[in-house]
Design a protein around this ligand. Structure first.
Ligand SMILES: [Cu+2]
Length: 122
């Protein structure tokens, strides 16, 4: 009985701390979720990129999954994003970008430069 009373009172005193810990835990989880990658599919066909424009929020961490649906290698390239990745036919390559300021970041297929697109950060 005495033990139970002690236990109960210590539980009561721990409660605000537990609530605080839980709240902090949820905040950390929310921050981690916000910092996690958002995946965007970018298809490359003979006629070009689909979608031709990708939208992102300023500062967002983005994983652009570039899939080459053509019969020849392509090269995802962007001077503004400072990225250059060759994607063999039928394959997918992830291009990571993050911490971008609002603006328009052009990209193109360096092997077939008529194929163009842009990442629009708002
Ligand atoms: Cu290149």
């Amino acid at each position: 009985m005495r033990h139970r009373a002690t236990h109960r009172s210590s539980f009561a005193s721990l409660r605000p701390a537990r609530v605080l810990a839980l709240t902090l835990g949820l905040l950390v989880l929310a921050a981690a979720t916000r910092a996690a990658d958002r995946s965007v599919a970018l298809a490359v066909a003979d006629h070009g990129f689909t979608p031709a424009e990708i939208e992102a929020a300023a500062g967002e961490r983005l994983r652009i999954e570039v899939t080459n649906h053509t019969a020849a290698a392509i090269e995802f390239e962007s001077f503004e994003l400072n990225r250059e990745r060759v994607v063999p036919p039928g394959q997918t390559v992830a291009v990571y970008v993050s911490g971008l300021s609002p603006g328009r970041y052009e990209f193109f297929d360096d092997f077939h430069q008529e194929r163009r697109g842009a990442l629009v950060v708002k």
